[in-house]
Design a protein around this ligand. Structure first.
Ligand SMILES: *[C@@H]1O[C@H](CO)[C@@H](O)[C@H](O)[C@H]1NC(C)=O
Length: 224
């Protein structure tokens, strides 16, 4: 009896979560509020931020093992770090904070993330609805337009969560259930994007993009 209670207690405590959220970064918008590398590679596509199990119980993490060559190639292409963090440290942090809560072996977690990301090309989906990134930021879009372009895509058919910084689209988040097929599900709404006048910037902002030394200096300053 006690054993049964103990087992069910452990099962409900270790690595349980409700659903997955895949966060994709629009780099020129994301860098409005994050220490991006000034001279690093510039991406003009959505790149992976992470795959985050939602409403998790505490998880136990582990050191990243070496990735197979083909997986590493895909990670470098689609899940690169654009801040001062090297890729390896970025992936380790994502695994520590989120991936280890998925209860998947490391390689399965990273492959699942790449697969879910590969299901839909957000930039292309937006472009088809006339939502494009241009030099000069002439065009502005409503939150409804962006959400609806993604939601009404037949492959998705579920509400994304949008993240903006100062009216610039920074992230698009898609939600998936835990079933083996990982069907899309509605994400909860976020309030970080204004209802209208949302920009899809083309150029990276001048600040707070920074070099590793600057980032290091900034981290050394104690918070207020
Ligand atoms: C998302 O929510 C809408 C209405 O709020 C509902 O009609 C739709 O079926 C939901 N989609 C999914 C995938 O659950």
């Amino acid at each position: 009896m006690i054993l049964v209670i103990l087992v069910s207690f452990l099962q409900s405590c270790v690595g349980s979560f409700d659903y997955y959220m895949l966060s994709e970064i629009w780099p020129p918008g994301y860098c409005h509020n994050n220490p991006c590398r000034r001279h690093g590679p510039k991406f003009s596509k959505f790149i992976i931020h992470g795959l985050w199990p939602q409403n998790t119980t505490p998880c136990e993490t582990s050191k990243l093992e070496e990735f197979p060559r083909d997986t590493l190639g895909k990670l470098e292409k689609d899940w690169p770090s654009i801040t001062h963090k090297p890729n390896g440290l970025f992936w380790q942090n994502e695994w520590d904070k989120h991936g280890s809560c998925s209860m998947l072996p490391q390689i399965d977690y990273f492959k699942l993330t790449l697969d879910l990301y590969g299901r839909a090309d957000i930039k292309e989906i937006l472009r088809k609805e006339g939502i494009v990134s241009q030099i000069g930021d002439v065009k502005r879009y409503t939150k409804y337009q962006i959400e609806n372009a993604i939601k009404s895509h037949p492959n998705i058919d579920a509400k994304p969560q949008l993240i903006c910084y100062q009216g610039n689209l920074a992230e698009v988040r898609l939600c998936f259930d835990k079933s083996p097929g990982h069907k899309y599900k509605n994400c909860s709404t976020s309030y970080t994007c204004p209802l209208d006048n949302i920009k899809l910037p083309y150029l990276y902002p001048k600040l707070p993009v920074m070099e590793p030394e600057e980032a290091e200096l900034l981290r050394a300053i104690p918070p207020l």
